[in-house]
Design a protein around this ligand. Structure first.
Ligand code: BGC
Length: 766
């Protein structure tokens, strides 16, 4: 997001040369691809092969302090395999023309970008998206992102981010799907399918890049880029499955993570990149580093640039993002026998294969269509869908005495630092969003409500008291105005305004850059100055609704005890403001469910529902017993459990039953439950099934999500929801890392969150 050295290419347009050897239309066979690439590689020098392994920025650095320079002359020298963060058909066409007209072998460039949660039409941040529990919806967000991004010239996205995280201190928890392995794997699959469709060579599909491999979400103390040290049991059962699910769904590429894993950083980790990824999982696609991750191996303490570049490629990495260690040192390492020429060949082949599959050899300009850029970006139907998705991602955390939904009459006081900032609505990692034209909650709400409701507004408080902290928390143009009058004066103004209204909406929480990359926090409460504002607003006696903006689980004990209604809206993308209005005023009934546990305090972290039991678990209903696994000062419970979220209606669960009490491998068992809408509004409910493996050869979690269904029920309506389980659903990696189901007894739970469930039992027999 830092703009520097704009990459401006000034080459004269010349007709492109296509590769006559390839088919013009349709999918080429694997054999055709191999023959084509072998022919091409037989003509390539070692330098040209190494050039293909070089991925540069288009001059607009998105992260990190290093910015690629002399990109144009490097392309001409055949030293660039890919470029990222360069957009629009015109600019991409210019760069591609150099590659296909002015280099010896005319090899096209691949163009990437962090298209994370939508492109120009921005959807909710991934943590919010996961809260929809709606796989079709999530897939469609990726599909639309690909349609818009490819219309703007791109063909490779650095998404999905599938890092499981159980540490809300880590700012990047906002970029993933939360804490759960099963749900995270489902979402990973949906996103890959959405981006890639069924044919990568199609003009509107793009290659996915699964990231960050691996275990990045388990960085110690939630501090970004920090060390990870993890048992194989935990890796295989809890953290690795979403990466594998994305690859099994066909993701064409994977990105290394920055972190150290059990003593070897991922980017130099041969066990990870070769033994696990290639040999065990059989991945045949492209491995790219994260931003300057090869160079960072120097600071990890693994040697100089030449040594770490050799380490990285020998570990199984193919493409070097931004750092140019491969470009500048690998030839020498090959000459010295430290890297085999064959390894360079393998890596080069994988880069060329990606380009081939994207259809770039057939037509290097297939993604450069100005007409599409004009018509397919920010289409009305994309925006309408973004509004629907945003509303479905919100989680209603509390709603005492049916404070919500609000009536469309009277006066609303919309107060708080997040109330009038359009630039913060898209959320972190939305580099393509048009910040200036994104409605703030204030402008969006006014536009939706028109004259029916009078909306009055003031800032009420700064985001945080410390100005330097606010600057760090509002980078990349995500400004929030500051009021430098004494705090008491600013709050008093808000209180006076609140008194004139029928209802107060307090728009509080985090700014969008308080989560995301390098935005770790150790205090997870709403900033104190905002809490003081909230307390003052509550004292007016007016009904107060807290509209909570956040990119992570926050600590909300006081708010839960004192505020009548809390709607967690995360960061909802381009259409956030309209979607919030839809939900607050009852046009949409909220149905989001948390995918990451909200703790009672930071000291409980990591806190997640699928924990192990320990040998001294607490008895049910207790919150402290001496010599049991607990704390003196707080119970073990979360504030809001995984899977939790309210609706404007209520659902009653009853009659949990099984088709049989036991089953054998090869058979299945069906669990059914009746769900009734016992309120007065139509609503959606996420019905969640968990199991517990009661006896295992290794310890098993107290609950594990194994299935879910999202249903819609009219007032008074009942539905029976059934889930079929097979032996496969009971499998886990044992201590020998074999994926097995062990015969024995299981508990089965179904409910609307991970805590409030009905329970039964079954057995798997030999
Ligand atoms: C991030 C990646 C991102 C890359 C390229 C890095 O700092 O960790 O997630 O894809 O930059 O922008």
């Amino acid at each position: 997001m830092k703009i520097a050295n704009l990459f401006i290419l000034t080459l004269i347009f010349t007709a492109h040369i296509t590769f006559a050897q390839t088919k013009k239309t349709g999918k080429a066979t694997h054999q055709q691809m191999n023959t084509f690439i072998s022919n091409l590689m037989s003509k390539m020098t070692l330098d040209e092969k190494i050039g293909q392994l070089n991925l540069l920025t288009g001059g607009e650095a998105t992260t990190g302090s290093v910015v690629s320079t002399d990109v144009e002359s490097k392309i001409k020298k055949g030293q660039v395999g890919g470029i990222f963060s360069l957009t629009t058909p015109a600019r991409i066409r210019k760069a591609q023309e150099i590659a296909v007209n002015q280099t010896r072998l005319k090899i096209p460039i691949i163009f990437g970008q962090d298209v994370i949660h939508g492109y120009k039409t921005t959807f909710p941040i991934p943590l919010a998206l996961s809260s929809t529990w709606n796989m079709e919806m999530i897939k469609k967000t990726a599909r639309i992102a690909a349609i818009e991004a490819t219309a703007d010239g791109l063909n490779w996205t650095f998404s999905p981010m599938v890092d499981i995280s159980r540490d809300p201190r880590w700012g990047r928890i906002s970029e993933g799907s939360g804490e759960d392995t099963y749900l995270g794997s489902e979402i990973a699959r949906a996103m890959v399918k959405g981006y890639q469709g069924d044919d990568l060579a199609k003009y509107n599909t793009m290659m996915a890049c699964v990231k960050h491999f691996a275990l990045y979400g388990a960085s110690e103390a939630g501090r970004d880029y920090n060390t990870t040290d993890m048992s194989l049991d935990r890796m295989y059962n809890e953290y690795l499955p979403p990466y594998k699910a994305a690859l099994d769904a066909g993701a064409g590429s994977i990105m290394t993570s920055f972190n150290d894993i059990n003593g070897v950083p991922a980017t130099a980790n041969k066990w990870l990149m070769t033994d696990l990824l290639r040999k065990e999982w059989g991945f045949k696609g492209l491995v790219v580093t994260d931003y300057t991750a090869v160079n960072e191996l120097i600071d990890h303490g693994l040697g100089d640039l030449k040594a770490v570049s050799a380490l990285s490629i020998n570990a199984g990495v193919d493409m070097d993002m931004v750092g140019e260690g491969f470009l500048t040192t690998l030839k020498k390492s090959v000459q010295e026998g430290k890297v085999k020429a064959q390894r360079i060949d393998e890596a080069c082949r994988l880069v060329l294969e990606a380009k081939y599959k994207l259809g770039l050899f057939d037509d290097p300009f297939r993604y450069c269509n100005e007409e599409r850029a004009k018509t397919e970006i920010l289409k009305p139907e994309h925006l309408a869908f973004a509004r629907e998705v945003a509303a479905e991602s919100f989680v209603l955390l509390k709603n005492e005495n049916q404070t919500l939904p609000l009536k469309k009459t009277g006066t609303i006081a919309l107060i708080g630092p997040l109330a009038n900032t359009g630039a913060n609505m898209p959320g972190t990692w939305s580099v393509n969003s048009d910040l200036a034209n994104t409605a703030s909650l204030l402008t969006g709400m006014k536009a939706v409500l028109g004259k029916q409701v009078k909306v009055v507004h003031c800032l009420g408080s700064n985001l945080v008291t410390d100005e330097a902290y606010q600057q760090r928390a509002t980078m990349f143009g995500r400004d929030i105005p500051r009021d430098n009058r004494p705090e008491a004066e600013v709050i008093k103004e808000a209180v006076e305004l609140a008194k004139t209204a029928d209802v107060v909406i307090a728009a509080l929480g985090e700014s969008s850059e308080m989560s995301g990359e390098a935005s770790s926090r150790t205090n997870l409460e709403i900033p104190e100055v905002q809490q003081r504002l909230l307390q003052a607003l509550l004292k007016t006696g007016k009904p107060v609704v807290l509209v909570l903006f956040t990119g992570r689980p926050l600590v909300l004990n006081w708010e839960q005890q004192n505020v009548p209604a809390i709607l967690n809206v995360w960061f909802g993308g381009t259409e956030t403001a309209k979607a919030i209005t839809d939900v607050l005023f009852g046009d949409v009934n909220p149905s989001g469910k948390l995918t990451a546990t909200f703790p009672q305090n930071v000291g409980q972290i990591p806190l997640y529902y699928a924990h192990k039991n320990t040998g001294r678990p607490l008895a049910d209903g207790k919150w402290f017993s001496k010599f049991r696994s607990n704390y003196l000062d707080v119970s073990n419970e979360p504030l809001y459990p995984f899977g939790y979220g309210l609706s404007y209606t209520s659902f009653a669960y009853s009659n949990l039953r099984l088709s049989k009490n036991s089953f054998k491998p090869g058979e299945s068992i069906t669990a059914s439950i009746d769900i009734k809408n016992i309120g007065s509004r139509e609503g959606k409910e996420v019905v969640q099934l968990y199991i517990r493996d009661l006896v295992g050869s290794s310890t098993r979690p107290v609950k594990e999500l194994k299935a879910f269904q999202k249903i819609s029920l009219k007032p008074g309506e009942s539905k029976t929801v059934s889930f079929k389980l097979t032996e496969n659903d009971l499998k886990f990696y044992n201590t020998a890392l074999r994926f097995v189901a062990e015969p024995g007894d299981f508990n089965l739970f179904i409910g609307g969150n991970s805590r409030d469930v009905l329970e039964t039992k079954f057995s798997l027999r030999n």
